[in-house]
Design a protein around this ligand. Structure first.
Ligand code: ADP
Ligand code: MG
Length: 394
């Protein structure tokens, strides 16, 4: 992979900050960074080093990085309150024009967990959603992290997706890392066995196994944290020009150029919960045509088809609304399609008929998801309202 952050050559054995951080192996990458497992030789612990793209590459992104660090510092400052579900930054510094951030070392991201699940040997062709007990547990953890960001910090994440949610490793969850044991604590691995309906997360020092039929054991076994504050910003400085969120998780108000609010995260969260439960992306833009305009149109059509007609209030608000909607509220280029006839009950049908959820499960999940996916941002529930929804009770 060819990342701009690789301008500085890193390989196992490289070190940073005068030898303090020694690189062991690559943990992952995103669109603007590479992340490495490193040994902190002063604190005697494994940490994750995120190396961002070169300062000169793009000055606009550089400004965003500064905000990422500012918010991460704020998170640590407010830590006393409780931010169990948001990644913690331990240190940050510059290295040859690269911005570097040091984080607690976490486990697999949820994309990895979903992918492992779908390529399971036992059921190669079966639907790849995770068991609902696990989905509910993940949803609770993510919501409480989001609640912290929205209410304690007045921060909107702006990029919720499975890649940015990281599982906690058993030792990290119990925060009992052996301080002077540099023996061999390898990166945590999670594995999900569909056959045995169990999920195990292990590091070399501990393994947790959750039995998916038992909600309490799932709850006790693992948590996950919201990571990647790379697009986050304070509510008071919400961007009006920048395109945020990753395509499939992007809310209608962004597509239409209307005002942003914390409700944008609620939309992405809803899309993500659907995906965890089914293994499929809710609004997939595959097959959509080349230009951004066409992708946006196709995306809006997918939303319309699954969630029902987009209210006039929404089709007439936003800088770009006229690009996509005619004055009668119909979606351009889709006038002849039967979009209007689809009712709002479609999500439940989709869960049951296309994704094989039993009727009761499909009904309950749709009841939880539909309000999150309201076209009108103001009508979406807040994180605290989501947290008390009956679907999430044990
Ligand atoms: P970007 O802003 O470029 O998307 P992220 O912060 O999302 O960067 O990190 C990219 C990937 O690196 C994540 O999806 C995850 O797999 C891995 N990663 C990030 N932070 C950590 C961490 N603290 N512990 C373990 N892996 C991490
Ligand atoms: Mg990311």
């Amino acid at each position: 992979d060819n990342h701009s952050s690789d301008l500085v050559v890193i390989s196992p054995g490289s070190s940073f900050k005068s030898g303090r951080y020694v690189v062991l192996e690559k943990l992952g990458h995103g669109s603007s960074s590479t992340v490495w497992l490193v040994w902190d030789s002063i604190q005697h612990q494994y940490v994750a080093l995120k190396l961002l793209l070169h300062k000169s590459v793009e000055s606009r992104k550089w400004a965003q990085e500064k905000e990422e660090i500012q918010i991460l510092k704020h998170i640590v400052k407010e830590d006393a309150l409780n931010c169990e579900n948001v990644v913690k930054m331990y240190d940050h510094f510059e290295h040859e024009q690269h911005q570097c951030m040091v984080f607690e070392h976490l486990g697999d991201n949820l994309r990895t967990l979903l992918t492992q699940n779908s390529s399971s040997q036992d059921y190669p062709t079966a639907a790849a959603g995770l068991p609902l007990q696990i989905v509910k547990c993940l949803a609770r953890e993510i919501l409480s992290g989001l609640d912290f960001l929205h209410h304690q910090l007045s921060v909107v994440h702006n990029d919720l997706k499975p890649e940015n949610i990281l599982l906690m490793i058993p030792s990290a969850r119990n925060s009992k890392l052996p301080l002077d044991d540099d023996a061999c604590l390898l990166p945590a691995k999670s594995s999900y066995s569909r056959g045995q309906k169990s999920l195990s997360i292990s590091s070399s020092s501990a393994t947790t196994i959750a039995c998916c039929n038992d909600p309490k054991s799932v709850q006790a076994a693992f948590g996950c944290k919201i990571a990647d504050l790379g697009s986050a910003c304070y509510v008071k400085s919400l961007p009006s020009k920048r395109i945020v969120q990753t395509r499939p998780y992007r809310c209608p108000e962004i597509l239409l150029g209307a005002a942003l609010s914390p409700a944008a995260d609620i939309w992405s969260f809803g899309c993500m919960v659907f995906e965890l439960a089914t293994g499929c992306i809710l609004f997939s833009s595959t097959g959509a045509r080349r230009t951004c305009h066409h992708k946006d149109l196709h995306h809006l059509a997918c939303m319309w088809e699954i969630l029902g007609p987009i209210p006039r209030k929404v089709t007439s608000t936003g800088k770009y609304a006229q690009h996509y909607f005619k004055s009668d509220g119909k979606l351009r280029h889709f006038e002849k399609a039967s979009l209007n006839q689809v009712g709002t009950g479609h999500l439940e049908e989709l869960l049951q008929n296309q994704h094989g959820l039993p009727g009761k499960d499909a009904h309950e999940l749709a009841q939880f998801l539909c309000p999150l996916l309201d076209f009108v941002p103001m009508k979406r529930p807040s994180t605290s309202q989501c947290l008390v929804h009956p679907w999430l009770s044990l």
